[in-house]
Design a protein around this ligand. Sequence first.
Ligand SMILES: C[S@@+](CC[C@H](N)C(=O)[O-])C[C@H]1O[C@@H](n2cnc3c(N)ncnc32)[C@H](O)[C@@H]1O
Length: 391
Amino acid sequence: MLILKPKTTPLYHSRLIFLQRSLRNLGTKSSRYSRRSSDEEDDPKDQKFQNAEENQPDRLYLYKSKGQHLLTNTRILDAIVRRSDVRPTDTVLEIGPGTGNLTVKLLEAAKKVVAIEIDKRMVEVLHKRVADEGLQDKLHVICKDAMKAEFPRFDLVVANIPYGISSPLVAKLVYGGNPFRSATLLLQKEFARRLLAKPGDSEFNRLAVNVKLVADVEFVMDVSKREFLPCPKVDSSVVIIRPKAEIPDVNLDEWWAFTKTCFCKKNKTLGATFKQKKKLIELYKLAKATSSNAENSLVAKNHESDIDYDSETDEDVGFASSCSDSEMTLFKEKIVGILKTGGFHDKRPSKLSNEELLYILSLFNQAGIYFHDHVNPKGSDNVAFAAAYTS
Ligand SMILES: C[S@@+](CC[C@H](N)C(=O)[O-])C[C@H]1O[C@@H](n2cnc3c(N)ncnc32)[C@H](O)[C@@H]1O
């Protein structure tokens, strides 16, 4: 276990004092927070920040691995709550309440706050602080990993989240099947830029495409890293994600699998992506499994092949040898034909709009080419989708 000594800049110390004072104000007991819990001992790679010299009594270890950077600027906290448009009838979901800097302000504005916090030491501090404010009846805390917790019904999400779970959390929110008005999130600046990116922007990626299908993202403000305790390495931005009232009529499993294929190398042209032998074999297998009738047969016999099967798995090798070269050649030509017909063969996915991507997918599906295994689905819900973003 590596214990990081606090940096000795005056700014850092003044912030440490701020936290120590605020913890005293919260009535925390130092010894309780300076000991490590058994949960934390499970993580040997963890690095912890310490809010005081080791022999000082009031201290709360803040864990880098849990993204424990507390937002301390009241003006920014107020702005986040104001821009979230919290109504007195709202139930707000907060992911990672920490010591409650944002939670207390949300409790003042909302009917109820459901806070999901992984660290039970934080939960203790939070309960104490909220009780001191007399707001405990409005707070429900779930002490769990937000990625494993079942979200209750909520109207809004407002949170300064741990940046390590940004992608799966955003995916879980927008594809979670729980209708909500908006999610105001404090995110790492680069991640926020990706969510805000448009086709053609260098930051545009698969997550942006998938989020855009079902939600609009609005930029609210940048927040300097100096506003956090301890100071992280990166700056942050606040964005608001609003689910769209209507989403395109597309099979989401098929869409996610399709965008995964297209964006596996987002700067490759679609022609190059769909020329990869491994991909061709995978799609051919799926097409064969999906189409059971002769009309949908994707092949003709006696055709010369120009495909070199350099499959990587034994299963692929087996499959490749069980179908003729001509079958695979025709299948490849079929894919090239679809891409050329739509004028997409030489286009890069990162430059295409969702409308264009949806159109390409519809062309593939009409031709009996599928991206998701509908016959033997391995995972077909939002949890699987969120998990796909975890690694
Ligand atoms: C960036 S801090 C924000 C704290 C507080 N909201 C603030 O603004 O000062 C993130 C918080 O999320 C918690 N956290 C980290 N990973 C989590 C997870 N997987 N599920 C729920 N909470 C998590 C951390 O313990 C920490 O309290």
